[in-house]
Write a protein that binds this ligand. Structure first.
Ligand code: FPP
Length: 264
């Protein structure tokens, strides 16, 4: 009852962000939120700007959403920053996207450290340009002992490639007699994925109105709640994130069971 009243109050009056955060935090928070950050190009086009201007603005959104996610007590925030398919884009755009981790991390690393955020990455690291690798490596090292939220960049990530690598590794182990085929179950596969050390995502958000997964965490998202919003990534702000978490809190997750999980 109190919650219903508070929800109405939040909707009807100008409740400050910290008050809203406190209210949202009083209910179950998703441990892992994964976001497909989409719409940078359209955001730029609407303003007659080059696509890279949209990506640059999108980088600022990464900062905002990292901060609010951390404030909310989300344990892992995975952001799809560059897919294995994004190499098909014009070279100039790829070069720009590869420079963004460097710019982001050199600008915001001190505040990530101050917020106790740990930077990690999933994806094929080896083929990234040296300057991109260096920036990510430096941030990962500088934040390795932080035990607050994990900010996990999916960079040169593709779920099918991840699954192919996983299958190859398991097949080799079986061929070498290190494992028995009967050892292969869900947790065994989990342990061979790039996300082995992370909880599986509870919530997937995709911005910009597109309704597809684009080769993102196909195995890991099996039981996640999905939310697709029309907001373009550069316009996605703290209020949008809070609305998404509230929407998640209103869902009834059943994990294949008939019982409704009243909490979330
Ligand atoms: C998709 O939008 C977005 C990307 C491929 C890049 C996402 C990258 C960022 C938001 C910045 C990342 C920041 C860091 C720190 C790594 P789109 O270009 O496909 O948009 P469109 O569909 O409107 O053309």
């Amino acid at each position: 009852m109190l919650e219903k009243l508070m929800r109405r109050k939040t909707a009807e009056t100008n409740v400050s962000l910290p008050e809203q955060i406190a209210l949202v935090k009083s209910r179950k928070i998703p441990a892992h939120v994964a976001i497909i950050m989409d719409g940078n190009g359209r955001w730029a086009k609407k303003r007659n700007l080059p696509r890279i201007a949209g990506h640059h603005e999108g980088m600022k959104t990464v900062r905002k959403i990292t901060r609010v996610a951390n404030d909310l007590g989300i344990k892992v925030l995975t952001l799809y920053a560059f897919s294995t398919e994004n190499w098909k884009r014009p070279k100039m755009e790829i070069d720009f996207l590869m420079k963004l981790p460097g710019e982001f991390l050199s600008t915001y690393l001190p505040e990530l450290i101050e917020q106790n955020v740990k930077v990690e990455m999933i994806g094929n690291f080896n083929v990234l340009p040296d300057h991109t690798k260096k920036a990510i490596q430096r941030a990962m090292e500088a934040t390795a002992s932080n035990d607050g939220m994990t900010l996990n960049f999916a960079m040169n990530y593709g779920s099918r490639l991840e699954l192919i690598e996983c299958v190859k590794e398991i097949a080799n182990q079986a061929a070498n007699g290190e494992i028995d085929v009967s050892d292969i179950d869900e947790s065994f596969i989990d342990s061979h994925l790039m996300t082995a050390h992370l909880p599986e995502p509870d919530l997937l958000i995709r911005t910009s109105g597109e309704v597809r997964l684009s080769n993102f965490m196909l195995w890991q998202l099996a039981y996640a709640e999905f939310s697709f919003t029309d907001v373009l990534w550069p316009d996605f702000d703290e209020q949008c994130m809070l609305n998404e978490i509230r929407e998640f809190q209103s869902r009834s997750r059943r994990f294949g069971n008939v019982e409704r999980d009243g909490d979330v």
